[in-house]
Design a protein around this ligand. Structure first.
Ligand code: LAN
Length: 653
């Protein structure tokens, strides 16, 4: 990367350099021995209680120190009103309040504890357990705290429907599919724990009326208003009635066949992922399935060994992360940030070892019998975390490839050509018919099946749509590859890039922004929108790009920064934070610089904001959460503060 000769204010340069240097040293200090950057991937508050439930049920509670750190974490994130939010910056939900309440009790906290009293005072008037959404009631039924008929049924027989049916569960977005798979097995078996005095006590604490007096079948579909982000549709209410009827009349032999089918799918997912599983929820539910299917069998043991992969010890206590880790993703971004500083030679060791991590974690084989298990190709892809996890993701593949290509002149042995080509094939294969790229799998269900989303809490969990982030990253990777290997599949690559460009243009909102889905929110999406269009060959002065830049400039705050609250994602409108945030400011600056505004007043003020905020030790102070998923749940990307300010300052310098 060339250093620009036309720096607007020469006096700024040494200062910017020092700030970048401080940031680079921070990266250097915190790189792991594997070459990756590890970090806290916490934020959601609906995962840890299920972790505790699972440990309790399989009788493998973590050691005392971890239990007390979990308790400390939960106390740290209890809201003023006594409840817990869906994530650490959210208002209280009955869902997470009841679940975390129960988790605290299982960890040994007394019901008379003042924090727990406050919590009950918050959730009981709102209906407590009887008004938790489906995933909440399901967790409580696992502990035998409410009857199974209080959970909207998810019969495993759904897996026996014809595979061509639009609602066939094999067509769901892989994260929903992998949660509803073990859920269906457990709903089919309805396990109930052995008599337990502690559970008997808790049972009386989480509902307003005695549990026997509640009409659970009708309570199953009733949820506290605080928890409802996607109301159950009238269609789903009818479906639920049908499923409840079916549950009362299920035929044993059919049920058994369905359970066998589901368990086989579970086994394959476990083996494919080295018992890590695609995400935190199916990790825990699969563990429980084996606990009941083969008590004390090798599967339970294998699962228990990988449980701690999901825990993270931080200043605020021990939490459960949203994924086993985010190392591949963070490392690929870190490489691009370091490369932008134009100081690769000084930091060649750091880059070599980052490359080693990326190289070692590309997926190089297919999962067995993948069609039977509803999986797509994997070879050449990169996962979000590591190869052992193994699920390839479009934009992780793209960022992994981009980073590898950037380092080709920097490392001892660059990524071999066949592995670059496999990555390109992986990306090409994932493009959706609408020209955009999904997260993991090409779209396989009609969008209308979203009316069957039973979660009430999460948006858009049923289908793997196209996303501006995934599309932009894929385009950038294809373009970077094409620059170096113009003779490899030029027609297919050109056509894919053109279709991706059109998708991005189409997805731009009337105000010039793009809505991001995996980072907060319009700032994140607009960074990807602009970079994607530029990679697809549009000039900076193209009206779509200028419109996007105008949008960003209109959101700059008085302090020179940009800051967007997670409420943006829920409200689908830009919601500012009180003050600029370094990560979001960096995204905006990266977009503006690519949009041809590197020399603007807005960029000058934005970079000054970033420089001023850096602390003496080269770090930036903690700030609002910047990641999100499924429209409602914020998630923390620890390394973003390390990566993005350095990247933005370098690009804007
Ligand atoms: C993730 C983490 C990574 C993320 C990116 C790669 C950053 C993104 O660009 C594409 C989507 C993806 C892969 C993603 C999707 C949703 C996930 C898996 C998560 C945010 C981590 C946790 C979340 C998962 C759905 C949590 C479990 C909850 C459910 C509603 C199933």
């Amino acid at each position: 990367m060339n250093r620009p000769m036309d720096v607007p204010d020469q006096d700024d340069v040494p200062e910017t350099d020092a700030v970048i240097e401080g940031g680079l040293e921070w990266m250097e200090r915190t790189q792991s021995d594997k070459g990756s950057w590890e970090g806290d991937y916490g934020g959601p508050l609906f995962l840890l209680p299920l972790y505790v439930f699972t440990c309790y049920l399989v009788d493998e509670m973590p050691d005392e120190e971890i239990c007390s750190e979990i308790e400390r974490y939960l106390r740290n994130h209890q809201n003023q009103d006594g409840g817990w939010g869906l994530h650490v910056e959210a208002h209280s939900y009955v869902y997470t309040s009841v679940l975390n309440y129960v988790a605290m009790r299982l960890l040994g906290v007394e019901a008379s504890d003042p924090d727990l009293k406050r919590c009950r005072q918050w959730f009981l008037p709102r209906g407590g357990a009887a008004r938790a959404p489906q995933w909440g009631k399901f967790g409580l039924a696992l502990l035998g705290l409410i009857p199974w008929k209080g959970v909207m049924p998810v019969p495993p027989e759904l897996w026996l429907l014809p595979k061509g049916a639009p609602v066939y569960p094999g067509r769901l977005w892989c994260h929903a599919r992998m949660v509803y798979l073990p859920m269906s097995w457990l709903c089919g078996v309805k396990p109930t724990p052995e008599a337990d005095p502690l559970l008997d006590e808790i049972r009386t604490e989480i509902t307003r009326r005695p549990i026997e007096d509640i009409d659970w079948e009708s309570a199953a579909s009733k949820t506290a208003p605080e928890d409802i982000n996607t109301p159950l549709t009238s269609t789903y209410r009818v479906v639920n009635k049908v499923l409840q009827f079916y549950e009362r009349h299920a035929i044993d032999s059919v049920r058994q066949r369905a359970l066998d089918f589901a368990l086989d799918q579970i086994r394959q997912e476990d083996e494919n992922t080295s018992y890590i599983c695609i995400g935190p929820i199916n990790k825990l539910l699969n563990t429980l399935c084996w606990h009941y299917a083969r008590p004390d069998g090798p599967e339970v043991q294998a699962h228990i060994e990988r449980m701690p992969d999901y825990l993270w010890h931080a200043d605020d206590g021990v939490k459960m992360q949203g994924y086993n880790n985010s190392e591949l993703w963070d490392t690929a971004f870190a490489v691009q940030s370091i490369a932008a500083t134009d100081r690769e030679d000084e930091f060649s060791e750091m880059l070599q070892s980052a490359f080693d991590y990326i190289e070692a974690n590309q997926v190089l084989e297919e999962v067995p019998e993948r069609e039977e298990y509803f999986r797509e190709r994997s070879t050449g892809g990169w996962p979000f975390s590591n190869r052992e996890h193994g699920w390839p993701i479009s934009d992780c593949t793209a960022e992994g490839l981009k980073a590898s290509l950037m380092l080709e002149d920097q490392v001892d042995t660059p990524l071999p050509e066949w592995r670059r080509e496999e990555a390109v094939e992986q990306i090409l294969e994932m493009q959706n018919p609408d020209g955009g790229w999904p997260t993991y799998e090409k779209i396989r269900a009609p969008e209308w099946i979203e009316v069957l989303n039973p979660s009430e809490v999460f948006y858009d969990i049923m289908v793997d749509y196209s996303f501006v982030e995934c599309t932009s990253a894929s385009l950038q990777a294809l373009a970077a590859f094409r620059d170096r290997h113009p003779d490899y599949a030029p027609d297919r690559i050109d056509a894919a890039i053109d279709r991706g460009r059109d998708y991005i243009l189409d997805d731009q909102r009337a105000d010039g922004s793009w809505k991001g889905s995996w980072g907060i929110c319009f700032t994140y999406g607009t960074w990807f929108g602009v970079w994607g269009l530029r990679a697809a060959g549009l000039d900076a002065d193209h009206e779509a790009i200028q419109h996007a830049c105008d949008f960003l400039e209109s959101k700059q705050m008085d302090d020179g920064g940009w800051g967007e609250h997670s409420d943006s994602c829920v409200e689908k409108e830009y919601v500012s934070t009180d003050e600029g945030q370094a990560v979001m400011t960096s995204w905006a600056l990266l977009a503006l610089a690519k949009g041809g505004r590197r020399d603007s007043e807005a960029v000058r003020r934005g970079t000054a904001f970033l420089r001023d905020r850096q602390k003496e030790d080269g770090t930036w102070p903690d700030e609002h959460i910047a990641g999100v998923f499924n429209g409602t749940c914020a998630i923390h990307y620890d390394n973003y503060l390390k990566i993005f300010p350095v990247w933005a300052l370098s690009v804007c310098r």
